[in-house]
Ligand binder design. Structure first.
Ligand code: GYE
Length: 312
């Protein structure tokens, strides 16, 4: 983002709707697909001028981008907050400037929900529960429903909505199974490099891991490297059950091959929802406070058809 003087605005054709987008970063395949869905709808042909900023996983960069959008007096802000905390001041500045803020993907924790117009995203808590249910079904297939099951969790960015929801949803069901033991839950920041590094460390610490719950596919790719590196075989028929989130194409291929037992889908196609919200606002139509995108869970049973249609 280029700093703009207070009272100027990016010179654009007055007929275009100016949208400032502050994206978290490019930490994952999911994120790249989310960015593409935004860039595909906010085009000149559709009547938009898009100002896109990639915050490279830093809140301070996002705050800078939002302030720059405010000083350029964009018509709308579309924003995926890296963590839930720390947005009160800058969102108040947007509100004072009468710029509607549309949250996508992750949420903000603010005392006053008039600081944003709407939120479009996933039911992460439900995703966490779906992961636990998929694990339960796998253990039953293996006749291990009553055995002690040692679980480790690779978590995403601390304080991010996806991490909070996936953790609480999974833990809630895990708590109902007295034989499921969560040995460790560690922060691997949603990246392949951290996923591998943390999984290698966990395998050294705990020689008897039965299950890895990995809160996104990128961390899963790293965890699979670590598992193989330790001489173990991932999969329901192997040594370590791997459950993942996002369900990007490269991961669905690993569901098909059996390395990943279940992958809980996270729908990155939020650009079209954000565009619909803006169109409603342009027409003075009512906008809901939240839009939850549809999602499913993939196993060997249903993955083949999904793979044919996956574009990301
Ligand atoms: O699962 C992960 C990305 O917030 C839903 O962020 C998003 C998560 C997604 O880095 O891959």
């Amino acid at each position: 983002g280029v700093e703009q003087p207070e009272d100027t605005r990016t010179p654009v054709d007055d007929n275009l709707i100016v949208v400032g987008v502050s994206q978290v970063g490019s930490e994952s395949v999911w994120r790249t697909a989310n960015t593409a869905s935004i860039q595909n709808v906010f085009t000149k042909e559709n009547g938009y001028f898009l100002i896109f900023n990639n915050a490279r996983q830093k809140q301070e960069n996002q705050i800078k981008a939002l302030r720059s959008f405010i000083s350029q007096r964009v018509d709308y802000i579309v924003f995926s907050p890296i963590t839930e905390d720390g947005w009160d001041t800058v969102l108040q500045e947007a509100k004072d400037a009468q710029i509607p803020v549309i949250l996508i993907d992750r949420k903000v924790d603010v005392p006053d929900d008039s600081l944003y117009t709407t939120w479009i995203g996933s039911d992460f808590y439900k995703e966490g529960r779906m992961a636990a249910t998929a694990l339960d079904e796998c253990l039953k297939r293996q006749n291990r429903g009553e055995d002690r099951i040692n679980i480790v969790v690779l978590q995403g960015t601390r304080g991010a909505t996806a991490t909070i929801g996936r953790t609480s949803g999974f833990n809630e069901i895990a708590g109902e199974h007295g034989n499921w033991v969560i040995l460790d839950q560690v922060d691997a920041e949603f990246t392949t490099a951290k996923g591998q590094e943390q999984m290698e460390r966990l395998l050294r610490l705990h020689p008897d891991i039965d299950v890895v719950i990995s809160q996104n596919d990128d961390m899963t790719f790293g965890a699979l490297e670590a598992i193989r590196g330790a001489g173990l075989t991932p999969g329901e028929e192997g040594d370590v059950i791997v459950i993942s989130f996002d369900a990007v194409k490269a991961a669905l291929e690993l569901v098909e091959s059996g390395d990943i037992t279940a992958d809980v889908e996270c729908n990155p196609n939020q650009g079209e929802y954000a565009e619909t919200v803006i169109q409603k606002m342009e027409n003075n139509e009512a906008v809901a406070k939240m839009y939850v995108v549809p999602e499913t869970v993939f196993t060997r049973e249903n993955v083949t058809k999904a793979l044919e249609e996956r574009t990301y």
